[in-house]
Design a protein around this ligand. Sequence first.
Ligand code: IMP
Length: 460
Amino acid sequence: MNHRTPKTAQPPHSTAIIGLQWGDEGKGKAVDRLAADHDVVVRFNGGANAGHSVVVGGTRFALHLIPSGILHQGKLAVIGNGVVVDTEKLLQELEGLEGRGVKTGGLVLSDRAHIVAPYHKMEDSLREELLRASIAGDSSGGAASGGGDIGTTKRGIGPAYAEKIHRSTAVRAGDLLRPEVLREKVSRACMFKNSQLSGMAERVGGATARDFVPFDPEKISRDLLEHGEKLRARIQDTTYLLHDLLSQGKRILFEGANATLLDVDHGTFPFVTSSSTTVHGIGPGTGVSERCLSSVLGVMKAYTTRVGRGPMPTELFDDIGNRIRERGREYGTTTGRPRRVGWLDLVAVKYAAMVNGITGIVLTMLDVLDGIDELRVCTAYEIDGKRTERFVPDGPELIKAKPVYTAFKGFSADLSGVRTLEDLPAGARRYLEFIENYVGVRLALVGVGPGREQTIECGG
Ligand code: IMP
């Protein structure tokens, strides 16, 4: 008889960190803090559209592609197969970190991660321009039909994911080490892109049409092969790598990029990004099952921000909004665009908590709300005269939602040095308790400043 000894399964002890709003919740700082208790930090979605900023020892690091865990010496940082990688940006980011004394030897890139090529970035820009032109004269700015531009980061993210789904023209990191395969793929891709993009440029007209130069497959291949050489030691099968590490009992921290309301399936479509940004992106984006997770932490700001277009029911257009933007330094890490700012939308957060099955909340930027007389929190929407506590993950529907607010007396105190919940002013404690009760999940951490140490541990 052929007896097989079952492999002893490791109990789940990995963690996922996921944004619960429209991005920029402060996930980078949370990842940086939790990395100390994990062996590996893994990115599974998105690309250089993400921007994580982390302050360590007074120095601010802005990372786009590299998992923030890289700032912890001795940790492995993995870019999983679900990420789309602009290798030029990745090399620049590595150089920037090395230049500031950060060792990057622990960075590994999946051989199956798809490559963002120059034609994807141009397509991203041209599509946005044509979509913007298509809604000129529309009073809702195209939002009523879900049309118009998306306000993308123009990093080529959507076109690169579309290429992945098209298949035969898509380049993966492993191809950068196989010159013949790469050249063939890039030639095929350029054949499609040159005819498509020249037509689009023509339609945009003016300087765009005049300056359009067809992409040269030989030049692109040469550049990508050069990037491949520089990245050779890092490119490998990360699925087996992660499973080997899990079977050795190592703990993985999965770092979600972008955020739940930007998820291509569960977000405010079409005003979303092109990847699976929720916890459910981990399986396809790494080849590792969600069953390895013992906790899923959802990161939310004490208020709401959004970059790019699309509905945001609690958006503020007044002095309070400006004040929050300035105090919270609410300008995009990737594009520098001022972020749209609004009151905390708990309908949206509770939905995101549900979709991800979160086990704890990381609340950030509480200190930014100091000094506002009255704080408001959205606890329901009114849509077409009907009240609902359910989120509407659809752009053209959500635009109709009017926020129903619960108001609180604000708090006035410098929170930057507070390290326990008990030391928070009563107004801030009430605010946090309300959030916990509404969402139905306990707080794990509360951020009161950008520094690694400016955090309250809540035990949740
Ligand atoms: P894309 O991901 O560049 O295609 O942009 C699609 C939408 O997602 C735009 O509204 C972007 O502003 C938004 N977006 C993408 N990544 C992030 C992020 O990391 N933070 C905030 N917004 C993002």
